[in-house]
Design a binder for this molecule. Structure first.
Ligand code: FES
Length: 79
């Protein structure tokens, strides 16, 4: 889905930018020029950015729990 028509920025491009470390609207604006022309896409871009950040946060949290479980499982060979 195209988020910013003026600068041809898709939802996928925003997801990629977040994966590369973008975490704020300012950074998104700097990297992809989102919202720098007519500005009508700002709300939608913010929503996509927030959803992407939440998704990454959930994934990171799940990964941390998994690593924690691995680290603290008793070693069956140690007994
Ligand atoms: S649609 Fe994004 S600046 Fe116009």
């Amino acid at each position: 889905m195209i988020v910013c028509v003026c600068n041809n920025v898709s939802e996928k491009k925003i997801h990629h930018a977040v994966a590369m470390g973008v975490s704020t609207m300012s950074e998104l604006r700097e990297q992809l020029d989102v919202g720098t022309c007519c500005g009508k896409c700002a709300g939608c871009a913010r929503k996509v950015l927030r959803e992407c950040m939440e998704k990454n946060s959930t994934t990171a949290s799940g990964l941390q729990n998994f690593i924690h479980q691995l680290h603290f499982q008793p070693n069956p060979l140690a007994a």
